[in-house]
Design a protein around this ligand. Structure first.
Ligand code: FE2
Length: 581
């Protein structure tokens, strides 16, 4: 029970990180991008490892086991795939081959460095999709479950189905490159003029279109009983390119251009046709995901489902799966993408390497970094800022929200995964529609079509939204109930949906109390919540990051722990609000 296990996510070229299990508990999990300040940082997670050791109060020699969630043993298969493609030109091939070998050498060097640094422990590696599966099933607390992973790709695998039973995960089927559900979505994201990692923008854009091209997408990808899913290869070239070896071409082929014309360039306007393509692809993804899971339910009789991998961050598909596939319970941990690989690696060490049967289920998303009041005040003084300590934080923040101010909220332990859940959030009154435009244009500097999510008190989730389960990690889109669409204008998407976070007192009391104070004051049990960052930057990690973001955007107030930091608006107004409240 006293094993110290360091899980490392590294190798997939983005979202590296580290997690640590010590003394029979998950101590912390963090993505490198938060500390390095490089969005989607895929470099070796030095800073995350330092964070884990510090938080667990351990030295290098205390580590018993290091588990890396990447095998890097399947490059031969990748090479064969490249060599078998007739369309390759030699220049491109040599560039790609050089990259694959350089990556292999680099990975080996890092493994040697880990063995040298943690020389009293053992260093082992597991497959990327195995780590995805462990990150979901062993975090879920389910005793039995279907476990499905789907993403762009791991080493060569692009999806797996397993069955979890007590402490065992048994593989049922898998899919391999070049057939990839995630890269299919990435290819059309590319065609629509968005970048690698912008798939969530296409999901948001889909709400503005109609699925008029659904028949075409039915020919492009489908469910496949033997291999999970199948994708028609003539439309794609994604396996030829990799952003790390130079993005020299498109992920889609000329067949897509024959179908829908020239691709959109990044700064060109979005037409109805672009929106319809996004809507059609999303509608087809929903159909295929539902069909796959429904077939698996029929095949195995399982009614619990754990999902992981980048495709599991698609909240619209998740909602359709939950509503239409016949499953009863769904679990998707907040770092369902590659940011959760280190978590799965650490769980593998605990349950499979050490054969521990005690489960360490995930109780909340707040597994990252935190700062003491002393550290925060020291930073405020160093920066020479005007601030005051709040005597009743929930009531003060609720009063400011009600007056229409937009607030940067930095408190408690940071969340894992891409969603802000009340520790590193920008919050606003969700009732007036104009707040969506203000937050988009003056603070986030992002596309006007992008929706914002509501955080709702758990007790009001079903009243406000068409939800029959809690959604603590914002992993499912759902319809806003008719009587609340007008009352939640800033967080209701054009198609009448939202991506709610249900907030419980048990998981996050500090955040819960703010929303409860807002409800007491206004009658509205929800607030607008978006991640505390600007477009293109990782979510803020430290008080310094939060202060920088505060002064470089149109945010009105900054809450740092129990301190209120001022910009354009003075103390008296806040003090008056406190006395009223
Ligand atoms: Fe992945």
């Amino acid at each position: 029970m006293r094993y110290n296990i360091l899980g490392i996510g590294f190798g997939s070229s983005h979202a590296s990180g580290a997690s640590i299990i010590s003394d029979g508990r998950l101590v912390t999990s963090i993505e490198e991008e938060r500390i390095s300040r490089v969005k989607e940082d895929g470099g070796f997670p030095y800073k995350s490892i330092e964070h884990c050791l510090k938080k667990a109060n351990l030295q290098d020699q205390d580590i018993d086991l290091v588990v890396v969630g990447w095998e890097n043993e399947q490059n031969k298969e990748f090479m064969n795939l490249l060599l078998n493609k007739e369309s390759l030109n030699l220049g491109l091939l040599s560039r790609r081959v050089r990259y694959i070998y350089a990556q292999k050498v680099e990975f080996k060097r890092y493994l040697e460095a880990l063995k040298s640094r943690f020389h009293k422990g053992k260093v082992v590696k597991i497959e990327h999709h195995q780590a995805h599966a462990y990150s979901s099933y062993f975090a879920s607390g389910f005793d039995k479950s279907l476990v499905v992973t789907w993403d762009g790709r791991g080493e060569f695998c692009t999806g797996t189905v397993m069955v979890g039973n007590k402490n065992n995960l048994t593989p049922l089927k898998s899919q391999k490159m070049p057939i990839s559900l995630g890269l299919m979505y990435s290819a059309f994201t590319d065609y629509l003029g968005f970048g690698f990692g912008d798939e969530y923008k296409v999901m948001g854009l889909a709400s503005y279109g109609s699925p008029v091209y659904l028949d075409e997408f039915r020919k492009i990808f489908k469910a496949d009983e033997k291999n999970i899913y199948d994708v028609e290869q003539k439309y794609f070239r994604h396996f030829l390119f990799n952003k790390d070896c130079g993005y020299t071409g498109s992920y889609y082929s000329d067949e897509v251009v024959k179908l829908w014309g020239e691709p959109r360039k990044e700064h060109e306007p979005l037409t109805q046709k672009h929106k319809d393509i996004a809507a059609s692809m999303q509608a087809r993804l929903n159909e295929v995901c539902v069909e796959i899971i429904a077939d698996l339910v029929a095949e195995t009789g399982e009614k619990n489902l754990c999902l992981a991998g980048g495709v599991a961050l698609n909240g619209v598909a998740n909602y359709h799966i939950y509503k239409e596939s016949g499953i009863e319970n769904i679990f998707i941990q907040p770092a369902a993408g590659d940011g959760g690989i280190s978590l799965g690696a650490a769980y593998w060490g605990w349950h499979t390497f050490y054969k521990e049967t005690t489960r360490l289920p995930f109780e909340h998303a707040y597994q990252g970094a935190s700062y003491t009041d002393e550290e925060i005040e020291k930073e405020l003084q160093t920066c020479g800022l005007a601030y005051k300590k709040m005597t009743d934080k929930p009531k003060t923040v609720a009063a400011l929200l009600d007056k229409g101010y937009i607030i940067g909220l930095f408190q408690g332990v940071s969340e894992i995964g891409p969603r802000a859940l009340g520790s590193r959030s920008i919050i606003a009154d969700p009732r007036p529609e104009k707040h969506r435009d203000i937050v988009n244009s003056k603070i986030k500097f992002r596309e006007e079509f992008r929706p914002f999510a509501p955080s709702v008190l758990e007790e009001y989730g079903k009243e406000y939204f068409n939800l029959d389960a809690n959604s603590p990690y914002m992993q499912m889109i759902s319809e806003v109930n008719d009587e609340y669409k007008d009352k939640l204008q800033a967080v209701t998407h054009i198609n009448g949906t939202a991506r709610p976070q249900t907030v419980s007192k048990k998981a996050c009391e500090e955040y819960y109390n703010i929303i409860e104070a807002f409800r007491e004051r206004t009658g509205c049990a929800a607030i607008l919540n978006t991640s505390f960052n600007v477009k293109g930057e990782p979510v803020v990690h430290s008080p310094t990051d939060a202060i920088r973001c505060f002064f470089s955007t149109g945010l009105d107030y900054l809450v740092l722990g129990d301190y209120l930091v001022l910009k354009n608006h003075g103390f008296p107004e806040v003090e008056a609000e406190q006395s009223v409240a």
